[in-house]
Ligand binder design. Structure first.
Ligand SMILES: [Fe+2]
Length: 213
């Protein structure tokens, strides 16, 4: 095996390669590098925005409608919405009008019981803190649970003060011995969020009015 020492005396190409085959290989490599550079430059001049020569055009399509490209960020400071006095709260993170998917955080105090329900879509649960009694098992902090579309579930109970992330691909219906009692989908979550925002805005206006008088 030949070992080349990186010293000032290093000759490039090494004498062992300075024959016709070696020069040919170097020439091909240099030529390839030049052609690649020209292609990359042409791609840049053609309007690729990110500076990479890609296999296809990936420029943003809706540049005239920036709202379609905007991130949706829910700050940690977003207030919880109380849904059962002193026992249950929700923070709506995402409602998808096109897909029907919705994402929410739930906070249940120890002892809260959610009614039996049927999943009309798949759902994903990730427990952030606390413990949840689900069917014949217990979900603890750090546990993940996938619930298939169509499954019937009994009551869910918070065994401790619990918070969990819920990603739902569509609606869930709740029922009791007499039949269906509630329907929850992305529209209900959106209405809940809008109602809470309106209530908070009214409270701020009232407070501002009181401060001004
Ligand atoms: Fe469920």
């Amino acid at each position: 095996m030949t070992v080349y020492r990186l010293t000032k005396e290093l000759v490039f190409p090494p004498p062992e390669l300075a024959d016709d085959d070696g020069l040919l290989a170097i020439g091909v490599a240099v030529g390839f590098a030049i052609v690649s550079s020209i292609i990359a430059l042409l791609a840049l001049l053609a309007g690729e925005q990110h500076g990479y020569a890609l296999m296809q055009r990936v420029a943003e399509l809706h540049t005239e409608r920036r709202e379609l490209l905007a991130d949706i960020i829910v700050r940690a400071s977003e207030p919880w919405i109380e849904t059962a006095p002193g026992m249950a709260w929700t923070k709506v993170l995402f409602t998808g009008a096109e897909s029907g998917r919705w994402v929410a955080l739930y906070r249940w105090n120890k002892g809260y019981v959610a009614p039996a329900h049927k999943h009309l879509s798949a759902a994903h649960t990730y427990v952030l803190k606390g413990r949840l009694q689900v069917r014949d098992g217990i979900l603890e902090a750090g546990d993940y649970d996938y619930e298939p579309n169509g499954v019937l579930h009994g009551e869910t109970t918070a065994l401790e003060d619990t918070e969990y992330l819920f990603v739902c691909d569509g609606p869930v219906v709740f029922y009791d011995a007499n039949g269906l009692v509630a329907y929850k989908g992305w529209e209900e979550l959106q209405r809940l969020k809008e109602a809470a925002s309106a209530k908070a805005a009214a409270a701020r206006a009232t407070a501002a009015g009181a401060a001004a008088s």
